[in-house]
Design a protein around this ligand. Structure first.
Ligand SMILES: C[S@@+](CC[C@H](N)C(=O)[O-])C[C@H]1O[C@@H](n2cnc3c(N)ncnc32)[C@H](O)[C@@H]1O
Length: 219
């Protein structure tokens, strides 16, 4: 295994080798993220997002957790007609992301709202904003709190993508759970159970990246 990865090292190396390497701004962002330990989604997760966006012609996308703007740029580039609304709690990181969007020439299609998603999501829902795809990639312990407003904003036929749900394998087995992570793991398990049994959702739990739940809103 590589570090805390949930997949075998040889599988991951192979996947990372076959995926096209990024250039220019995106390569620079990847380097910055690595050097400054900014968590961005794994290459295989981002590639899956791009395919899902193209496959469904997703146009109105909400992201919870922008970090330096890497995934938002990749998602915007996957569909030239897509508009991305992204939320970030950390001021410095949000400022960096805004610069990223400008540099990418995507400021007109990516809008960042700085704030706590626990506050911002209910405001968006109250404003009756609607999205055909929602990518949740923020504090894992809070996914359950984000769910209700996200569900209110997800159209029928919409896709909710939740990242890091297997959390280095800890979600799947008590043997890996670090003592200080017990609460997060418990909440993630509750979140996955809720997604899998929700009457309006069809959910696939996939061992991609750090674990991804794909939830299709059918009703
Ligand atoms: C894993 S990073 C996002 C990575 C990004 N989606 C990418 O792949 O390029 C998670 C981000 O969520 C932000 N975050 C955590 N809790 C949040 C909250 N309650 N509201 C908004 N943002 C939050 C963190 O500051 C961090 O920048």
């Amino acid at each position: 295994m590589i570090d805390d990865s949930i997949n075998y090292e040889y599988i991951l190396r192979y996947i990372h080798d076959v995926l096209p390497k990024q250039e220019g701004l995106l390569a620079e962002l990847e380097k910055f993220a690595k050097e400054h330990e900014v968590p961005i989604s794994q290459p295989e997760t981002i590639k899956m997002l791009e395919v899902l966006i193209k496959l469904g012609g997703r146009k109105n996308i909400l992201e919870v957790g922008s970090a330096i703007g890497y995934s938002a740029v990749r998602m915007a580039m996957a569909n030239p007609e897509a508009e991305i609304q992204t939320i970030e709690i950390n001021h410095d990181v949000a400022e960096y992301a805004k610069r990223t969007f400008k540099r990418a020439g995507l400021s007109d299609r990516i809008r960042l709202t700085e704030g706590d998603a626990n506050v911002v999501l209910p405001q968006f829902a109250a404003d009756e904003m609607k999205f055909d795809m929602i990518f949740v990639d923020a504090a894992k312990a809070q996914y359950l709190n984000f769910f209700e407003p996200c569900m209110n904003m997800l159209v029928c036929g919409g896709l909710l993508v939740s990242d890091n749900i297997l959390y280095k394998g800890m979600t799947a087995t008590d043997e890996l759970v670090l003592h200080r992570k017990r609460t997060i793991v418990k909440r993630l398990r509750g979140y996955i159970d809720m997604l899998c049994s929700h009457p309006q959702l069809d959910t696939a739990v996939l061992p991609v990246g750090d674990g991804v739940a794909l939830s299709y809103r059918s009703v």
